[in-house]
Design a protein around this ligand. Structure first.
Ligand SMILES: [Zn+2]
Length: 282
């Protein structure tokens, strides 16, 4: 599942390429994947491409926004003269001819270049929305973890009455956005905090370290182009990321902890595999 760094990576890659381009046509291969009137997109120029939480937003000249959420298996792949840029859930569609059987929407720009939205499981979507609908989409979400204005005071206020494990709390979007399972495991390992610790028992000092290390880890993951855990796709140019080579705890069961040398173990929290060190995270 693409997390914030992967979504930010796609956003940055597409922003540089797609800004200024005009949609000429689109083919909707699966009606559930597209929301809005397709005609509102035709002949519209992209002003900018930005990200908030895990939403990618194409700002259009007519004031509408083409917003996408990749969910579990979504991909955006831009193709121009055979060269590909994009990302998302790694599958064979990263390299095979497109459209494929997983292509849900195929956009063609006026210059002939194309953008494909592929999604195996069809939980993802792309929707046209005005600014008001966009604001409503965000209304229940907390700030992004890498928002420079995010404060320890805010985290303390949100967590001080909660008994859920701290790992579950920092992954909860109404509190803070952008910490998926990979990065939650790594942030808590780096800060040496027990992922099962009830949120209200996490000290202010620990929250300070979660904020500081959380921002460092997320920003480092963005620098590396996010995480590509499927070994078959780690070297696909223009698509893959490199954070997996620097993961601290996630995916490292039975390997040594970089803090203390003990062995990383795996347990479930709220149904999600949680990798941590029982020696230094207690
Ligand atoms: Zn350790």
């Amino acid at each position: 599942m693409p997390e914030l760094p992967e979504v930010e990576t796609i956003t940055q890659r597409l922003k540089d390429i797609v800004s200024g381009k005009t949609f000429a046509d689109l083919e909707i291969h699966h009606p559930k994947s597209f929301g809005g009137n397709p005609q509102d997109l035709v002949e519209q120029t992209v002003r900018d491409v930005t990200r908030r939480a895990k939403y990618i937003r194409f700002h259009l000249k007519n004031g509408l926004n083409l917003v996408t959420h990749l969910k579990m298996t979504g991909q955006l792949i831009y193709i121009e003269d055979g060269a590909r840029v994009g990302g998302g859930h790694p599958t064979a569609d990263w390299t095979r001819d497109l459209p494929s059987k997983h292509t849900r929407i195929a956009y063609t720009f006026a210059d002939g270049s194309q953008l494909f939205f592929n999604d195996q499981r069809i939980f993802g979507w792309m929707r046209l929305m005005d600014d008001q609908a966009w604001q409503e989409t965000l209304s229940k979400l907390g700030p992004d973890i890498n928002d420079p204005t995010l404060s320890v005071d805010y985290l303390q206020e949100k967590l001080s009455r909660r008994s859920i494990p701290i790992k579950q709390a920092i992954m909860h979007n109404p509190i803070v956005c952008g910490i998926g399972n990979i990065y939650a495991c790594d942030i808590l390992n780096k800060t040496q905090i027990d992922p099962f610790k009830p949120s209200r028992e996490v000290s202010r000092k620990e929250l300070e370290s979660i904020l500081e290390e959380g921002q460092k880890i997320i920003n480092r993951a963005i620098e590396l182009g996010g995480t590509t855990f499927d070994g078959k796709y780690v070297n696909v140019d223009g698509m893959s990321g490199g954070y997996q080579d620097e993961a601290l705890a996630y995916g490292r069961e039975n390997e040594h902890c970089f803090n203390c040398g003990s062995t990383i173990i795996k347990k479930k929290i709220a149904g999600r595999g949680t990798y941590f060190c029982p020696n230094c995270q207690k």
